[in-house]
Design a protein around this ligand. Structure first.
Ligand code: SF4
Ligand code: SF4
Length: 387
């Protein structure tokens, strides 16, 4: 056996933290890292939108914190964050709306908005789509990454789960631009696998606690699909194995139908062979009885979504920084934080934004002490501009 996964079912909502602790305990002997030696532990939930169904549940985070406390991890070494890449609402505001901030405050762990830090440039060797790559600094710096995905259908990627949740480590609006690199679901799958290959290479210490308590399915995923109760939690250290098993529970062949899983398997970035995945806790058969069949969007739908995304959505929704001169104090902090020299700045003058160079990471907006930078969607004019 090359990787181990625990499957646990929950009896009621209040028992979720205890169930998470039990599920982690079942595989902790196999960790190749010592959590107590990790000084910068980062939790990465899915904070896509300000609705509970679209996000990893706060009580789920409580369970992971409970485990960390029980084994003696100091809470000052733990933080949690994400980059939803939205204009009107920040990661903290989403966390507040779904009551995740309360959980963080109660546990004294720091909430990090990935967009409030300069992204780090990397070159991904062997990448098929994302060779020239930017990653959020808190992810770049952590020494243990705890991934908290939630299983949902996804219009373009077919599903979002353990591997796709890492798309949020790409800063701000840059995610939308990277969507453009995949001209169809297969190519987008390659981009997702490239992003995951960076994680595998640079973040060897990873733990995944997978939220299958209520899964989202149907064509409106990952934002507002139909919720189905599975009442399950999966824990492991191999994202591909976890995604494959999550879908097996839903009677769906992930390696055959989900491009990024297929690509990840072919590049040997994880274990996809059922015979090499050891399951503890509930058996796969017992879990299958508890879960309804997982319904994903059809291939025509994912192709259509991919076409719309690349030909219209990104062009129209590209995020552009706009300077509010009336409040700018010409301090140059935006110029200093920009990772790609997309801001021209001379002392005593207003900064100028180079739209063709800008990667829409949103850092300048987050960092400006005056809130003098507004981010706007490019709008339908974007269909006719090259920037
Ligand atoms: S950081 Fe804000 S106030 Fe300072 S120069 Fe940039 S836009 Fe102006
Ligand atoms: S100008 Fe563009 S690339 Fe530079 S910090 Fe602002 S959003 Fe990011």
């Amino acid at each position: 056996m090359s990787t181990k996964i625990s499957i646990v079912n929950i009896n009621d909502y209040e028992s979720i933290p205890d169930a998470i602790v039990a599920a982690i305990r079942m595989i902790e002997e196999d960790f190749h890292f010592d959590i107590l030696n990790c000084k910068n532990i980062l939790l990465k939930p899915n904070l896509l939108r300000a609705t509970k169904d679209a996000c990893t549940q706060p009580i789920f985070v409580e369970g992971v914190i409970k485990y960390l406390k029980e084994i003696g991890v100091a809470m000052e070494n733990v933080s949690i964050g994400d980059s939803p890449g939205q204009i009107k609402i920040s990661a903290e505001q989403i966390a507040k709306k779904i009551s995740l901030l309360e959980v963080c405050e109660k546990a004294s762990i720091k909430f990090i908005n990935f967009e409030r830090d300069t992204p780090v440039h990397h070159v991904i060797e062997g990448a098929l789509r994302l060779k020239d790559y930017y990653v959020s600094n808190p992810v770049n710096e952590c020494d243990l990454l705890i991934n908290l995905p939630k299983l949902k259908t996804h219009g373009e990627a077919t599903i979002t789960g353990a591997i796709k949740n890492y798309w949020g480590i790409i800063p701000g609006g840059l995610k939308a631009k990277y969507h453009l690199l995949g001209r169809n679901p297969e190519q987008f799958g390659e981009a997702l696998a490239d992003n995951f290959s960076w994680v595998v290479k640079n973040k060897p210490n990873r733990l995944i606690v997978y939220d299958l308590i209520r899964v989202m399915q149907g064509t409106m995923g990952p934002v507002s699909g139909t919720m189905k109760k599975w009442d399950l939690i999966l824990v492991g250290t191999d994202e591909l194995a976890l995604d494959v098993i999550a879908l097996e529970i839903g009677k769906f062949k992930g390696l055959k139908h989900v491009p990024h899983l297929k690509n990840t398997f072919e590049r040997r970035l994880g274990e996809g062979d059922l015979d090499k995945i050891e399951i503890v806790g509930l058996s796969l058969e017992e879990a299958r009885i508890l879960a309804l069949k997982f319904k994903v969007p059809g291939r025509t739908m994912t192709r259509f979504a991919s076409f719309i995304t690349r030909s219209i959505v990104y062009k129209v929704t590209k995020k552009i920084p706009i300077l509010k001169k009336e409040i700018c104090v010409k301090c140059g902090q935006c110029f200093e934080v920009c990772p790609i020299n997309a801001i021209d700045f001379k002392i005593g003058e207003y900064p100028k934004y180079l739209r063709k160079v800008c990667i829409s990471c949103l850092c300048c907006m987050e960092m400006c002490p005056q809130q003098a930078i507004e981010i706007k969607l490019r709008g339908f004019g974007g269909l006719f501009h090259s920037y």
